[in-house]
Design a binder for this molecule. Sequence first.
Ligand SMILES: Nc1nc2c(ncn2[C@@H]2O[C@H](COP(=O)(O)OP(=O)(O)OP(=O)(O)O)[C@@H](O)[C@H]2O)c(=O)[nH]1
Length: 457
Amino acid sequence: MIAVPFHQNAAAVRGFAVFSRVVAVLICTVALVVLAGWCLDVPLLTTLVPGQHAMKANAAIAFALSGLALFLTQDFVPPRWRLGPWLSIVVAGIGAVTLGEHLWSLDPGFDHLFDDPVARAAGWPPGRMAAPAAFALTLLGVLGLLVSTRRYLVLRETIAMVLLAIVVSGLASYAVALASKIGGPFAQVPLPTLLMLLLAVLGWLSSSPTTGLTRVATADTFGGALARRLLLPSLLLPVIFVFVLELLQSLLGLPETLAFAFVALGSGGAVAGLVWWVASLLDKLERQRMESALLRNDADTDVLTGLANRRAFDGALASLLHGQRERDNTFALLMLDLDRFKSYNDDYGHLAGDQVLRITGQLLRASLRPSDRAARYGGEEFVLLLPEADAAGAREAAERLLRAFRDFAWPQRAVTVSIGVAQAACDDTAADLIQRADKALYAAKDAGRNQAVLAVP
Ligand SMILES: Nc1nc2c(ncn2[C@@H]2O[C@H](COP(=O)(O)OP(=O)(O)OP(=O)(O)O)[C@@H](O)[C@H]2O)c(=O)[nH]1
């Protein structure tokens, strides 16, 4: 089977690369704003969303470094500035140390960079990001390291998927919180942290748009177009449904069973709508494919006899010659010419002549093996390609054809055929082989017609 290489959509590849750069700049900017909020003691800058938890300074530093690492990984950055791997190691380190603090209840002061009155008042270690955020930043650092060093593709994609799962779970719990219930493991992770994580994962994945999962999303195929349109909505759709579910219950006071019924209806409808959309696109594509196959078939078929035409024969002969050169597969060419066809036309008219040509097509088709190919070469000349036939086999096929013509009950008078048989030699070009078969055909004509002559190799 021939493997068709991946074709990327140039605009999509460019779009992903630009997206990755924009994300890098955005993440750095937001992280610096949060850090400025901590430095200048402006709580609104640290929370970004009024009334929500602040993004801790350590998390902001880690994001700033990850954004910078993502920026320095871009193609246009000179190699000596490619500090992405080192910065990503620091990001992973910040996350890992914080995670260690959570796991072993340690407080070595790692996160006491800025005073954190809210945390202190609540009895939490000041400045310490929540455990899920620390875990996610550790993974983000490892993801950055693997992407920027272009290693361990499967591991890196797995980490990206785990990160996306964390982000979606976090966003879903925010959706619940927004609809007035609060709780769950993500309650302490600020919303901007989740959104920054989402952007960072997508940014890192987009920074190498022709490898791994993004290779499919940038492919210049129907699958690629589908992935570009559907992947992000399908990732976020469940979050929207959770939000709607909670909203229906808490704000509108709908009973739980009714709210679930509405959400089931909505989610079922959305999924069915997506499936219908994909199915209708696939259907359109399949019909286009069939239409172009029909057109191709028309372009390769002789209208009068239904056999392959000269164009198709040229292609088939070229591929057999190629197979012979590559794999030493021998084959034979038979060139047939109806005998005294001009007088047949003259005596019975062109329409009767056409009928003879049609019958000739049927006789050739009937005498062929499935792998053989018959074509109308032009006028009353026909050609047969017999793959894997040696001289003796080709000669035998020619005799069979002569018999078929002799035995057929022709409408007006008997029609016979002369045949030139040539076996392909290893250094033959198409012209060489046709010329030899043609010469043999004329030898058959000269020898009295209604016979086959084998060309001299
Ligand atoms: N009816 C019909 N005749 C065709 C078609 N294409 C070519 N011919 C005729 O086929 C005849 C070929 O004649 P010639 O090449 O002189 O050869 P021949 O009369 O068959 O004599 P030999 O080949 O020497 O046996 C010509 O009269 C062409 O007009 C076609 O599509 N339909």
